[in-house]
Write a protein that binds this ligand. Structure first.
Ligand code: ADP
Ligand code: MG
Length: 302
C-alpha cells in the first residue's frame, strides 16, 4: 500500500484499498471523511458514514441515487462494513460518527472540521424536531457490520459556504447559480426532486464547477402530473432562497424588509437579480422550472 506524501501517517483502512484520511464534515445524519483509493494512480474520494441510528433503509436508497451530470455529485457505491470485511465496528469509525460539534470530541483521524451549521447530530432531537418517532433507541455499539453503511462518492473539496466568503465572489453568483440550475433541471427531468437544496449541500471542484450534493432527502415521483410540478416548486423556492443568501448574505425568511434600500445599494445587488429571487420564492408569480429561472438569470447578465 502506497502512502501518498503529505497525507496523514495514520492509516484507517476501509477494505483492501480505501484509506480514510480526514474528517471533513458532519451532517444531520452522517459524517463525511476524505479518503484515498489506492489504484495505479491514487484517487481522492469522499465517504459518507451513514448514522444507523437515524438513516432509514429508504434514505439509504435516496442517498445512493446516481446521476450522470457535471453539476450533480457522482455517487459511486454503497457498502456495508461486513462487505468491507469488518466483524465489528472499528473504534475510530464510531468516534467520527459521534463527533458532534459541541462538545467536539477529538478522534484519531488527522484533521477534523467542525460542521459549519449549528446542527447537532442527536438522532432523538432531529426526529423530535421533524415530528417523527425515534428511529431506534440502540446505541452505536449495538449495531453490527451489516447495519453500518458507507457511501463512496466523488470528492468535491470546496463547500460553497466557504467559497462565497472570498472577496469578489459576488461576480460568481450568476455563474454558480446557472450551474446549480443545470443540475437541478437534470434531476427534475429524471423525475426526482432534491428537497434539501441549500448552501451546505452545494460543493465546488478545484476548477470551480458547482455540484449539488446530498440526495438523502430526494424523492421520486411516478406520474409527471400537475402535482409533481408543484413539488418542483419546493426546489425552485430553495433556489430563490439560495440566490438571495448568496447575494445579500442573509436568509430571506429572516430578512428585515426595512433594510431594503441599504441591501440594494450597499451590497450592489442589481434590482433585476432581486426580482428573480422574489419570483423564485413566489412572492408574486413563480418560475415554473429551474430552466426558466436560469434563463431569467442569463438575461440579466447580458
Ligand atoms: N463528496 C463530498 N466531498 C467533500 N465534502 C463533502 C462531500 N459530501 C459532503 N461533504 C461535506 O459534508 C457535509 C455533510 O454532507 P451531507 O451529504 O450533506 O450530509 P447530511 O445528509 O448528513 O446533511 C456537507 O455539507 C459538505 O460540507
Ligand atoms: Mg447535507
Amino acid at each position: 500500500m502506497k502512502i501518498i506524501q503529505g497525507y496523514s501517517d495514520e492509516i484507517y483502512q476501509l477494505g483492501a484499498s480505501i484509506q480514510a484520511l480526514d474528517h471533513i464534515g458532519s451532517g444531520g445524519k452522517s459524517a463525511i471523511v476524505r479518503a484515498v483509493v489506492d489504484k495505479s494512480t491514487p484517487q481522492e474520494l469522499a465517504i459518507k458514514l451513514l448514522d444507523p441510528r437515524c438513516v432509514s433503509a429508504d434514505e439509504r436508497v435516496q442517498d445512493n441515487r446516481k446521476f450522470s451530470h457535471p453539476n450533480l455529485l457522482s455517487i459511486e457505491k454503497l457498502f456495508n462494513l461486513r462487505y468491507l470485511g469488518f466483524e465489528h465496528i472499528p473504534d475510530w469509525y464510531r468516534r467520527i460518527l459521534n463527533c458532534d460539534p459541541n462538545p467536539f470530541e477529538s478522534h484519531p483521524i488527522a484533521n477534523c472540521t467542525a460542521p459549519s451549521d449549528n446542527l447537532q447530530r442527536v438522532p432523538e432531537l432531529i426526529n423530535q424536531a421533524l415530528g417523527l418517532p425515534p428511529t431506534t433507541d440502540k446505541t452505536l455499539a449495538e449495531f453490527g457490520p451489516d447495519e453500518l453503511f458507507v457511501l463512496v462518492m466523488e470528492y468535491c473539496p470546496i463547500p460553497l459556504s466557504q467559497y462565497m466568503k472570498y472577496p469578489g465572489s459576488l461576480n460568481e453568483i450568476p455563474r454558480i447559480l446557472t450551474q446549480v440550475c443545470a443540475g437541478l433541471t437534470a434531476m427534475h427531468d429524471a423525475g426526482i426532486i432534491h428537497r434539501d437544496l441549500h448552501i451546505e449541500n452545494i460543493l465546488l471542484t478545484n476548477e470551480g464547477e458547482a455540484k449539488i450534493a446530498d440526495f438523502g432527502s430526494s424523492e421520486r415521483w411516478e406520474e409527471p402530473d400537475s402535482r409533481s410540478k408543484a413539488r418542483h416548486r419546493e426546489d425552485i423556492m430553495s433556489l430563490g432562497l439560495l440566490a438571495f443568501e448568496l447575494a445579500c448574505g442573509e436568509n430571506l425568511l429572516e430578512y428585515d424588509w426595512n433594510d431594503y434600500d441599504e441591501t440594494l445599494s450597499e451590497r450592489n445587488v442589481p434590482k433585476h437579480f432581486w426580482d428573480i429571487c422574489m419570483k423564485a420564492v413566489g412572492y408574486e408569480s413563480m418560475f415554473s422550472s429551474a430552466a426558466e429561472f436560469s434563463l431569467a438569470l442569463q438575461a440579466q447578465v447580458k
